[in-house]
Design a protein around this ligand. Structure first.
Ligand code: WTA
Length: 643
């Protein structure tokens, strides 16, 4: 057990000798080696995994498209499961912690998981699912969600996971866009002690889609509507299936999954990830960044509905052959220290969460966690939004006891895996700085003209060729959007992240934030346009503008400004607008406040000036308002906010 504190030099922290000795990587030579020839470097890593057939060419660039491990054949589940049966057959792959505290946890060994996945894979085949078909997965954090993803991958079907707290409309859009014919869901799930009837949402969500069959996991036992020949209980489907299903042969560039995320417009886009490159990146980022060794217990708190759940609560840790924890519930329920109890209960060694959660834990007060020594913890991780210095320090001191490096990991749904962070056995770690690019990656920070900026200067963060094996290969059925969003700002050979950042003199990167309309609410990615679209469905609202404003706990939260044609009480409008958003997107997107205003500030050409609305909350200078078509609107809005 590692008992000594990290070494502090100025405002940088370094791992101790003792820590380094045990770490998988402990010398910065790896960066030099990788930089010499990144393609060769990734090839060398890829060789450590199992391929049915080796690739012919490692990297092929045809801007804005590129391929990795061209001609290689594989099945990711052979690497997650079959390969681990050799030496880790009876090792626990994951532990599932249910939300109700009275319910027993469940353990799945690699052998258990292997059999469950193969059975479901066979059942899916019987239902007519073929390679390349899309399968919707609308499940909470229960073991079946992992089994479902892997069963799809086993037969080469493309999984489309939809966050279980998304509304039926959000589900519907994703099922329509992908033309999924099968949906896997559950009767319900637990959230803060309540049973949520998920099947009801699923029934609504499949309306008007091509879904012909629904597989239902029995989780809560609540009553559900049942349509014969369409709905099937999971347990009955898999009961008599064989526990081996031959793995489909996937081309390295075949799609593994599509995951929808918010972009710069109101419509979510389907981010396409492929099999080979994603596998290599998921494996090595999980293993090296979380330093996963034989006896580690890794817990990433994110839901599989988000990319973090895909890569670090399923593929990454399984590829690395580690033991990980998944948790059904909220980290502060039924007690605010539930998360700490879980760390203690399972002896978690690596804990990965978001700054919002860290700030929430902090808010509950130091007394709450005084009794926890957290002495199994070795590494702490942060993801999803910039972590502020205060939260970093609290996490470092109160949870990590100054012994645990904090890996602040920067990445995106589009990148499929972590791309920037300091490595735990190498460092350095600096509060509020994410670190340096993972070995084999080339980032730069550019000004608007494309000039590389020196340390201290803020600009756009970009990724340079050969990019990353796990970078997205497309936006589903929307090549124009792919080109426009990622490959237009600086030409089609430079990947534009939509984040601004700067470097310090040591080359450590500090992420400042998004340049587009994406806001990160509690680490969840939403766009203002999506919210405005939802609000527009309210019959009385003629116009709306949503902006992200700073929030002490959640980092950012949306606030909405609406113009209503009906004279109603403000409270009622606020309630109805929120209801609309809950219906179209889900509860995570609810605005903190809805302001009913007579008019929104606009340019003469009619463009709503969201920037001005945002500034009303930051206290920044509003600038010259005379170019607006209706400058007086700003004064009125100011008065309304002040009220
Ligand atoms: C932000 C989440 C600062 C960033 C994995 C990015 C971060 C967006 C960090 C992607 C971090 C993610 N520090 N900001 N460590 N990690 N972000 O697609 O703005 O949900 O572009 O992927 O989150 O969000 P997404």
């Amino acid at each position: 057990m590692n008992k000594s504190k990290l070494i502090k030099k100025g405002n940088l922290y370094y791992p101790t000798k003792e820590f380094k000795k045990r770490a998988l990587l402990n010398s910065s030579k790896i960066y030099l080696e990788a930089a010499k020839n990144p393609i060769k470097f990734w090839e060398k890593l890829a060789k450590e995994l199992f391929w049915q057939k080796k690739w012919k060419k490692a990297f092929l660039h045809n801007p804005p498209y590129f391929k990795w491990f061209v001609g290689g054949k594989l099945n990711i589940t052979e690497n997650c499961l079959d390969r681990n049966l050799e030496k880790k057959k009876n090792k626990v792959a994951f532990i599932w912690e249910p939300e109700p505290t009275g319910e027993r946890e469940r353990y799945f060994t690699y052998y258990d998981l292997y059999r469950e996945v193969n059975k479901l894979a066979n059942a899916l085949k019987k239902l007519g699912v073929k390679k390349g078909d899309r399968v919707g997965i609308y499940l909470p954090m229960i073991p079946e969600v992992i089994i479902s993803m892997l069963a799809c991958a086993r037969i080469g079907a493309i999984h489309v996971v939809v966050f279980s707290a998304f509304s039926s409309q959000a589900l519907n859009i994703r099922l329509q866009d992908t033309k999924a014919k099968i949906l896997i869901t559950s009767d319900g799930y637990y959230r803060r002690g309540k049973v949520i009837n998920l099947k009801q949402n699923a029934d609504k969500g499949v309306n008007g889609t091509e879904v012909k069959k629904i597989i239902v996991v029995r989780r809560t036992g609540n009553e559900v509507f049942w349509q014969k020949n369409r709905d099937f209980w999971w347990e009955e489907l898999v009961k008599n299936e064989k526990d081996f299903c031959p793995p489909a042969t996937m081309d390295s560039e075949d799609t593994l999954f599509i995951l929808y995320t918010s972009g710069s417009t109101g419509k979510p886009k389907g981010v396409v990830h492929t099999s080979g490159g994603y596998m290599v990146q998921a494996n090595f980022t999980a293993k090296w960044i979380f330093d996963l060794k034989e006896d580690d217990i890794f817990w990433s708190m994110a839901d599989v509905g988000w990319v973090t759940g895909h890569t670090y609560s399923c593929y990454g840790p399984l590829l690395a052959g580690t033991t990980f924890v998944i948790f059904e519930g909220a980290p502060d329920w039924p007690a605010p220290d539930r998360w700490a109890q879980i760390i203690e209960k399972y002896g978690v060694t690596t804990f990965y969460t978001a700054p919002t959660a860290i700030r929430m834990f902090e808010k509950y007060g130091a007394d709450l966690i005084k009794k926890y020594k957290f002495d199994t913890l070795q590494i702490l991780g942060s993801v999803g939004e910039p972590i502020d210095t205060a939260a970093w320090k609290w996490y470092f001191k109160k949870v990590g006891k100054e012994r645990c490096p904090i890996v602040d990991t920067w990445w995106q749904t589009e990148t499929g895996g972590i791309l920037i962070t300091s490595l735990p056995g190498i460092g350095p770690f600096k509060p509020a700085f994410t670190g340096i690019p993972f070995p084999g990656l080339k980032f730069d920070i550019l000004d608007d003209k494309g000039k590389s900026l020196p340390a201290g200067k803020e600009g756009n963060l970009v990724l340079l060729p050969p990019f990353a094996p796990s970078l997205l290969r497309g936006v589903y059925k929307n090549p124009k959007k792919y080109l426009k969003t990622y490959w237009s700002e600086y030409g089609n050979k430079i990947y534009f992240t939509s984040d601004t950042a700067y470097k310090d003199k040591n080359g450590l990167i500090r992420i400042v934030g998004r340049v587009d309309d994406v806001i990160k609410v509690a680490g969840h990615r939403i766009t203002t346009g999506e919210l405005e679209n939802a609000i527009a469905q309210h019959p009385d609202i003629t116009e709306s503008a949503v902006v992200g404003v700073h929030d002490e706990i959640k980092g950012e939260v949306p606030v909405a400004f609406v113009v209503s044609k009906e004279k109603k009480k403000e409270k009622d409008i606020e309630k109805e607008v929120k209801e609309e958003i809950r219906k179209v997107i889900g509860p995570i997107a609810l605005p903190k406040k809805v302001y009913v205003v007579p008019d929104l500030p606009k340019t003469r050409s009619g463009k709503i000036m969201r920037r001005i609305l945002r500034k009303l909350f930051t206290g920044e200078e509003l600038g010259d308002l005379s170019t607006l078509a209706n400058p007086e609107s700003v004064k009125k809005i100011k008065e309304i906010i002040a009220k």
